[in-house]
Design a protein around this ligand. Structure first.
Ligand SMILES: Cc1ncc(COP(=O)(O)O)c(C=O)c1O
Length: 452
C-alpha cells in the first residue's frame, strides 16, 4: 500500500518550446513571482489554519491608500468629504475601517442603505444614489435626512409624494450626466446636462416647494484613465451650479464628483504595466479641483464629495487558492486546477490578475492555463500565463481583488470561502465565515408532497 501511494502518476511527455529566462521588453526574466507573506503573515500558515481558498484584506493597505488619496484632495481644496462606495465592498469590517478614517457612506439601494444604518451610520451621513430606490427607501431616507440624489423625473414625482406625506420640504441633489470626451458616455444615470434635461429637472423641482436642490452629483465612469475627463466634468458642473444659482435662486451646498479612479490592476488588452498606464491620484485631484475652481468665485467653495471605490480598496485584497490538480492539454499547454473559481472573481473578466506563489517554486516557466474547480468551460482565471511546474497543494496568491469581487461573487457549485482581515499589528480576524449547506438552504422550502 505504502509503495503504491509513493508512485508518481504517469504523464505523457510533450515537447513545448520553453520561454523561461528569456528577457521580455521590460527586461524581466519571467520568473514566477513569490509572495510568502501578506502583511507579515505566512500564506502557508493561513491555509493550514483557515483552509483554502481564502480572501484576505490588508488593513494597513486600506488605511494607507485612503490617507494618500484624501491628502491629494485636501491639499488642493478646503472642504473635502469622502463617501465609501458600499457596492465596491460592503463587508461590515471593511466599511467600518473607512468610517473610522472619516468617510461617510455612499449607497445605491435600500439594502445598502439598511446595511449602512445597521452599522451605525446616521441617515445624514449617507449619500443615496442609484436609478431605483423604491418608495419605502425614499420614505426612510427622506425622514432620516439622507442625501438623496435624484436620477429621473419619475423619482422626482415619487419623492414629492414623500415630501407631502412628511409635510416638509426634502433636500435633494441632482445626478447629472454629460459628455466628458470619453467613450462610452455614461448617459444612463441622472439628467443630461448637454441636452437640457438637467435644466428641465431644475425647473420641474422649482415649480413647487416640495423638494429643494442643494447638491449636484455625477459619476462619469469607472477605471478612468484620463484625468482630463474629470476636468471637463467639474468645469461643466460648476458652470451649471452658477447658472442655476443665478437664474433659479438655488443655493448649492455641495458638488459630488462620484468615483471612477483606476486601481493598479492590469486591464486585459493593455500591453504596458499598470505602473506606466495608470495616472497618479494627484493628477486626478488636480484635474478635478482646477476644473471646479474655473467657474467659482473666490469665496465660493461648496463641499466636494468623492465616492471613490475601486482605487481605494482593490490592492488591499488577495485571494489565496491552492493547486488541486494538473494535466497536459492536447496542445501541450499545462492546465492547473485550483480550488477557487471565476464565480469568486468577477473582475477576472476585465483584468489579467497577478498570480504569485505562496511557496518557492523550481523550474522553467511554461505556457499554462489556470482553471478553477467549476465544472464549466468558462472557469478560466488566466488563459495564458507562464508558470513553472507546480505541485499539487501549492498555494497561489491572486491579486488585486479587493474591489467588486466579494460583492459581485456568486455562490455556484462550490461554497464561498472565508474572508480574513490582516490587522496592522499582525492579527488576523475572520470577517466573514466560509459558507456551509445551512447558509445556502436557509431560505429554501420543500413542499411536503415532495419530501423524500
Ligand atoms: C454613483 C457611483 N459612485 C461611486 C462609484 C464607485 O466607482 P469606482 O469604484 O469606479 O470608484 C460608482 C460605481 O459604479 C457609482 O455608480
Amino acid at each position: 500500500m505504502e509503495v503504491e501511494k509513493a508512485k508518481k502518476t504517469y504523464q505523457k511527455p510533450t515537447i513545448v518550446r520553453l520561454q523561461g529566462q528569456l528577457f521580455d521588453k521590460h527586461g524581466s526574466s519571467g520568473n514566477f513571482p513569490l509572495r510568502e507573506k501578506i502583511d507579515g503573515v505566512s500564506v502557508t500558515e493561513l491555509v493550514q489554519k483557515y483552509g483554502s481558498p481564502l480572501f484576505i484584506f490588508s488593513e494597513a493597505t486600506i488605511r494607507k491608500t485612503y490617507k494618500q488619496t484624501k491628502e491629494a484632495f485636501t491639499s488642493r481644496y478646503p472642504d473635502v468629504q469622502f463617501a465609501w462606495s458600499y457596492k465596491t465592498n460592503y463587508l461590515k469590517a471593511i466599511c467600518a475601517i473607512y468610517h473610522q478614517e472619516g468617510a461617510i457612506a455612499e449607497v445605491v439601494s435600500h439594502f445598502e442603505y439598511q446595511k449602512a444604518r445597521a452599522l451605525g451610520i446616521a441617515g445624514e451621513q449617507i449619500i443615496f444614489n442609484g436609478p431605483y430606490k423604491g418608495m419605502e427607501a425614499l420614505r426612510q431616507a427622506a425622514a432620516e435626512k439622507a442625501m438623496i440624489h435624484l436620477d429621473n423625473f419619475d423619482e422626482i414625482a415619487d419623492l414629492e409624494k414623500v415630501a407631502d406625506e412628511l409635510g416638509h420640504t426634502v433636500c435633494v441633489a441632482l445626478r447629472l450626466n454629460m459628455d466628458t470626451g470619453i467613450q462610452p458616455h455614461w448617459s444612463r444615470f441622472g439628467f443630461n446636462l448637454d441636452n437640457g434635461s438637467a435644466l428641465a429637472a431644475v425647473k420641474r423641482i422649482n415649480s413647487n416647494n416640495k423638494l429643494k436642490i442643494v447638491g449636484l452629483h455625477s459619476h462619469i465612469g469607472t477605471f478612468m484613465l484620463d484625468p482630463n475627463a474629470y476636468n471637463i466634468q467639474t468645469q461643466k458642473m460648476s458652470r451649471f451650479l452658477v447658472e442655476i444659482e443665478e437664474n433659479f435662486g438655488c443655493n448649492i451646498e455641495y458638488i459630488d464628483i462620484g468615483g471612477g479612479f483606476p486601481s493598479k490592476n492590469r486591464l486585459k488588452g493593455i500591453y504596458q504595466p499598470p505602473e506606466v498606464v495608470i495616472p497618479a491620484i494627484d493628477d486626478f485631484a488636480e484635474a478635478i479641483v482646477s476644473g471646479l475652481l474655473q467657474n467659482l468665485g473666490p469665496d465660493r467653495r461648496p463641499k466636494l464629495y468623492i465616492e471613490s471605490g475601486r482605487h481605494l480598496i482593490d490592492e488591499s485584497g488577495y485571494l489565496i487558492t491552492s493547486v488541486v490538480g494538473q494535466k497536459s492539454m492536447p496542445d501541450g499547454c499545462r492546465s492547473y486546477v485550483v480550488d477557487a473559481g471565476v464565480n469568486l472573481l468577477f473582475t477576472h473578466t476585465w483584468y489579467d490578475l497577478v498570480v504569485e506563489s505562496g511557496i518557492p517554486t523550481k523550474g522553467l516557466p511554461e505556457p499554462a492555463i489556470l482553471n478553477g474547480p467549476l465544472c464549466m468551460n468558462i472557469d478560466i482565471i488566466r488563459d495564458s500565463i507562464m508558470l513553472p511546474r507546480l505541485q499539487k497543494g501549492t498555494p497561489l496568491v491572486i491579486s488585486p481583488v479587493g474591489a467588486y469581487n466579494v460583492t459581485q461573487w456568486m455562490q455556484f457549485i462550490q461554497y464561498r470561502p472565508a474572508i480574513l482581515l490582516a490587522g496592522e499589528n499582525g492579527t488576523v480576524d475572520i470577517i466573514r465565515e466560509a459558507e456551509d449547506l445551512t447558509d445556502i438552504e436557509r431560505r429554501e422550502k420543500l413542499p411536503d408532497r415532495l419530501a423524500l
